[in-house]
Design a protein. Structure first.
Lengths: 332, 540
């Protein structure tokens, strides 16, 4: 049900963009210039607002989750990447988490065999592989898009393109990342449909983000490989937009407007949704703090000024019993 | 004991039902055995907790205060301002499901709301409704729910069905920690007087007497003397441990279960034998008579208050530093909270072993060292006379307690001690130990008898791993460094893996120690006759 509602929502966005783009220059301007501008502003502003808001909220306790041996006695080998004792270790741990999805790599699947009275844990790297494929591919694809934003095309973008198109299949060349992004997304979507546990926990919004991303990828593929749109015109439109000299995009075709509108929708949606996991992971206190609790005191800015039940109160209450048992007392 | 047999209980289907999870409905009557009784009025009044009343989860009317929704809303807002963790963990979950089958309660019950992601969604759905634009506008499409009495009842059921073991947070790509979420939910429930007696009575006891079990100082002394008498029968050596002695070098802090009930008591005498063996200048305290801290399972405020006495007593006695016994959640508090809450301990000195001269560089601020750090350093420097063969009747495995493993990174120290005091040590399967360790299912205040079915269910993964080493290596002794483990694992292994006993590590140390002037040991320190090594036929 949630999957369907989200599909309808994304279809409505596609329909709106198509209708808009074929109605006339006025709406083309709206969908091709104004909407992406607004979306970009909302995206940037929203993320900055969110991250600043998070960063301002206090971290009262230092609570890293340790996933390896801590630094203790000198002859015990410690694991800095799993239980960092200081900043270098934390940076390494965060780098592994952000760049290689370290924690997801641990994933296992549980299997209960009642007739054998046995519980098994089976390594399950598929989610990790799909997540890595999708995220890295998308990242490289975003970088590749720089060729539409600046003239001349920077050398590093050219290089990225040639590596990405290494296999020289098709004309225009198919990029490896195109394949990886679609396959990755397809797997992530498929498990929301077919894995009963993931289906159960999925909200409509979980499908919405995947549909948007798939829509963006597929319209991109259509433009490049099926419609083979005029890249020169596309670049003229985008460079104009990026240099604040916007004009109604011409000669770019319907799919361009659909693609740009879906991207705009994603950008607007981003700061109000779970997509915030991207900046959020950097601020996660169980990962970005050193496990040096007993070495350096962590300060809680709102540490309440309270005391416990004092020894004097305790001695007063149990004075007779303490005396009878021969304890030494503070007050006789 | 749970009424169902292990064979019945293990018939678990992990496939969730077709109906959506957002419908909150818990039939407490039908689910007896899987929840805990509410906090008693006497304890709550003593602690000055809000909205105290007599009530039962099976009642239709939970007698909530009139404006309970407002109280929860305001409390939520307050916690969001105080904890970045709460904000981040509410905002960034993508529901990837990596955590889903990592929870021992989900594995053992198949109840989908025990998937950590859904446990958090119980709270997150209310967060969305009350504090996010998307939730306010889109409602259930964005995963938002109205806070109804039914939702609150569901909170009570599921947030007292989490042992705060943090296993899920190991697998989460963003480190979302369900223990933290459960702690927040319990803070909120407390505001409207929803809590459980197996937490609140210990907290009240601990405030009054210094320990969770409510043991008063004269009984404390009697217990210690009784244990020493028993030990004399075994070893021929009479110990007279100092209590509340001013000017000692070290204050030794332990969980109260260690001087209350078997098998913790054997760990206790193990500590005392060790100290006697090396001639340590230390003292026990019948005021700071519990390092354990059920405030951790209740509210940050109560945690701070109960923990406060440790430094207070160290200061009063004029000790140089603090040594802590084998206890899991106690060590989470000592390691991650004590210094922040009640430090700085600038009146103490950096812990230094008087026997080896080793300075414990990893405790320079809290000034508190773990007994396994202390003992492994002694062994490393050859300061102990040990006869490993005295533990030859035991085939030992080690259960990593959740908090030392996942909140301290305390993995090698206990293993080093074990390997030096016994000859037969076997690890459980790798997905069930170290940072992957499975909870005893009785932590965070859930180790009570009325919750026994849920404990046995949640105990399945641990029990099954113990069974594996029992069947493959003939393991008959499950060691741990946690007082809650020592209380909750015995029924667990009796249920899932009979024939295995539970003990602390320092019980094995006590067995192996060659004490000066001891008589010939014909029994272990439990008084059980030492059996000559059986045949090696089951060696694998």
């Amino acid at each position: 049900m949630g999957a369907l509602i989200s599909l309808v929502a994304v279809a409505a966005i596609v329909l709106l963009a198509s209708v808009g783009a074929s109605t006339g220059d006025g709406l083309r301007f709206v969908f091709g210039v104004i909407l992406p501008g607004v979306a970009f502003a909302v995206f940037l502003g929203g993320i900055i607002f969110r991250v600043v808001h998070w960063a301002k909220s206090p971290v009262p306790f230092r609570i890293p989750t340790t996933t390896g041996q801590a630094k203790s006695l000198p002859w015990i080998h410690n694991n800095e990447l799993e239980a960092p004792s200081g900043l270098p270790g934390v940076i390494g741990r965060m780098a592994l988490e952000v760049l290689a999805f370290r924690s997801l790599f641990r994933n296992t699947r549980v299997e209960i065999l009642p007739e054998k009275s046995k519980v098994n844990y089976i390594a399950d790297k598929a989610l990790w592989a799909a997540a890595m494929a999708f995220h890295w591919a998308m990242f490289i694809i975003v970088l590749r898009h720089f060729r539409f934003f600046v003239e001349p095309v920077p050398a590093w973008v050219e290089m990225l393109q040639s590596v990405d198109g290494f296999f020289q299949i098709g004309l225009p060349v198919y990029y490896g990342t195109t394949f990886l992004m679609v396959v990755g997304l397809a797997y992530l979507l498929a498990r929301r449909f077919f894995d009963s546990k993931v289906r159960y926990i999925s909200l409509p919004t979980d499908y919405f983000a995947l549909y948007l991303l798939l829509g963006i990828a597929l319209t991109g593929i259509v433009m490049r490989h099926i419609e083979k749109i005029d890249v020169v015109q596309v670049k003229a439109a985008i460079v104009g937009w990026a240099s604040f000299q916007p004009a109604v995009p011409v000669g770019v075709g319907l799919w361009y407007f659909v693609h740009v509108t879906l991207v705009s929708a994603l950008l607007i949606y981003f700061p109000f949704s779970k997509l915030l996991h991207a900046p959020g992971v950097f601020l996660s206190p169980t990962r970005n703090l050193a496990n040096n609790n007993r070495v350096r005191r962590h300060i809680n800015p709102w540490n309440p000024d309270i005391q416990g039940h004092s020894y004097a109160e305790w001695e007063d209450e149990f004075r007779d019993k303490l005396k009878a048992s021969g304890y030494a007392l503070e007050k006789e | 004991m749970a009424e169902k047999s292990p064979q019945e209980l293990i018939q678990i289907d992990l496939t969730p039902p077709p109906r959506k999870w957002m419908n909150p409905a818990v039939d407490f009557e039908a689910r007896r055995g899987t929840w805990s009784y509410p906090g008693g009025v006497k304890s709550l009044d003593y602690l000055g907790m809000p909205n105290v009343r007599e009530w039962s989860p099976t009642d239709a009317d939970w007698k909530l205060p009139e404006n309970w929704q407002q109280i929860i809303h305001d409390g939520f807002k307050d916690l969001l301002k105080k904890y970045r963790t709460l904000e981040i963990f509410m905002d960034i979950c993508v529901r990837c499901g990596a955590c889903a089958d990592k929870c021992h309660f989900f594995i053992g019950s198949g109840d989908p709301k025990n998937m950590p992601v859904l446990r958090a969604e119980l709270l997150r759905s209310i967060y969305r409704k009350d504090f996010t634009a998307a939730g306010k506008i889109l409602g259930s499409l964005a995963g938002a729910r109205e806070l109804t009495e039914e939702v609150l009842k569901e909170w009570y059921y599921y947030f007292f069905q989490c042992t705060e073991c943090r296993r899920c947070s190991v697998y989460c790509p963003y480190g979302i920690d369900t223990a933290e979420i459960t702690m927040m939910a319990r803070e909120l429930m407390n505001l409207v007087g929803l809590n459980i007696n197996w937490i609140m009575e210990p907290v009240a006891n601990c405030k009054r007497t210094g320990n969770h079990l409510g043991i008063q100082p004269h009984t404390y002394k009697d217990n210690v003397e009784f244990m020493c008498d028993e030990l004399e029968d075994v070893t021929g050596i009479k110990l007279d441990p100092p209590i509340n002695r001013k000017g000692a070098e070290i204050l030794f802090v332990i969980p109260s279960a260690d001087y209350f009930a078997d098998p913790g008591t054997y760990t206790f005498v193990g500590y005392l034998m060790l100290f006697e063996h090396i001639g340590l200048d230390y003292t026990l305290s019948s005021y700071a008579s519990d390092g354990g801290n059920f405030g951790l399972f209740n509210t940050a405020e109560n945690m701070k208050k109960l923990n406060w006495k440790i430094y207070h007593e160290a200061k009063r006695l004029g000790v140089k530093w603090i040594l802590g016994g084998e206890c899991g959640h106690m060590w989470r508090v000592m390691h991650q909270y004590m210094d922040t809450m009640n430090g700085p301990a600038d009146f103490l000195e950096v812990p230094r072993s008087p026997i080896t001269g080793t300075v414990f560089e990893n405790t320079t601020s809290t000034k508190m060292t773990h007994i396994c750090e202390f003992t492994s350093d002694l062994i490393k420097h050859n300061k102990l006379k040990l006869d490993k063969s005295r533990n030859d009747q035991f085939r030992v495995t080690f259960h990593d307690s959740c908090n030392p493993a996942r909140a301290m990174g305390f993995l090698e120290e206990p293993r080093y001690v074990i390997e030096n005091v016994c000859n037969h040590f076997y690890e459980m399967p790798e997905n069930t130990i170290r940072e992957h360790t499975f909870c005893c299912a009785g932590g965070a205040g859930l180790g009570n008898d009325e919750n026994m079915e849920m404990r046995m269910r949640g105990g399945l993964p641990r029990g099954n791993a113990v069974r594996w080493v029992r069947d493959h290596h003939g393991v008959n002794r499950l060691t741990c460094i946690c007082a809650i483990d020592r209380a909750t694992l015995p029924p667990l292994v009796e249920y899932w893996s009979p024939g295995v006993d539970v003990s602390g590590i320092h019980e094995l140390v006590g067995n192996a120690l060659i004490m000066e002037g001891e008589k010939e040991r014909t029994t272990d320190i439990r008084g059980v006759p030492v059996q000559p090594e059986k045949g090696e036929q089951d060696d694998v």
